[in-house]
Design a protein around this ligand. Structure first.
Ligand SMILES: [Zn+2]
Ligand SMILES: [Zn+2]
Length: 248
């Protein structure tokens, strides 16, 4: 676990780097005010999730629906969703995929800045008070091949925003072959039993915010939720950069 600090300042070397390498848009390379940000043209391309959306799981509703303050989707209304709250910054589509795949697999880690910033924005309506931010763990084998856990890169700024610990070692993930394009039932079966709590004292009675890059069927969040709750976690929240939106 790593304790984040909300305190930061720009060193002389950072200022020199800014001068030598001016900030550019993470996607198209046009000049922007801060490194890791998007230019307005690229920002507009994404399908950002705003209101109206399900208050509990963040599922986006059509913009023209006239709903009350805290509407629920049919799944949440039926009490079938597990996490206390979920939010995602944008819809998973061709544009977000073109950012996520290079971020995840080709070392484009500078994208983490604008991605985590948009995730913090997506959480704003909830006024959460997490005790800890927990990036979805990668198995040792996958971490070895990829060299980094993309969820940790996203979680760093989120933990700093809340001024809480970034917990990347209290839960481990056992390796299973890639889930590919399996359906929801197969994904849930494939992920069952992969998470193990290594440090129970970091989980018990904590309000935990889980961070991942994409939510596809929700199977990963559901499994981790189950394990954390069994370990005595208090509230469990989730946030992703993008989510797959299917008709429900
Ligand atoms: Zn751009
Ligand atoms: Zn919902």
């Amino acid at each position: 676990m790593f304790k984040s600090s909300s305190f930061s300042f720009k060193s002389i070397s950072d200022c020199l780097l800014d001068f030598l390498f001016p900030a550019s848009c993470a996607v198209c390379g046009k000049p922007v005010s801060k490194n890791g940000e998007l230019c307005p043209d690229c920002w507009k391309l994404f399908d950002w999730i705003s209101s109206p959306k399900c208050y509990k799981c963040g599922y986006p509703f059509p913009a023209d629906l006239d709903l009350d303050d805290k509407p629920l989707c049919p799944v949440c209304a039926a009490g079938k969703s597990e996490l206390d709250f979920i939010r995602s910054a944008c819809v998973y589509n061709d544009i977000s995929r073109d950012v996520i795949l290079p971020f995840k697999h080709s070392g484009h880690i500078s994208y983490a800045k604008f991605m985590s910033k948009s995730m913090i924005n997506a959480l704003q309506d909830l006024n959460l008070k997490p005790d800890v931010v927990l990036p979805v763990p990668l198995s040792h084998r996958r971490l070895f091949h990829r060299g980094y856990n993309q969820a940790v890169l996203l979680a760093r700024d989120i933990a700093r925003f809340y001024g809480v610990a970034l917990d990347f070692d209290s839960v481990k993930r056992i390796h299973r072959p890639d889930m590919g394009h399996k359906n929801a039932k197969q994904r849930a079966e494939n992920i069952a039993g992969v998470f193990k709590i290594l440090k129970p004292h970091n989980i018990k009675d904590r309000n935990i915010l889980i961070v991942d890059d994409v939510m596809t069927t929700g199977a990963t969040f559901a499994e981790l939720y189950k394990v954390l709750k069994k370990g005595g976690a208090n509230k469990v929240y989730g946030v992703t950069f993008a989510r797959v939106v299917r008709a429900i």
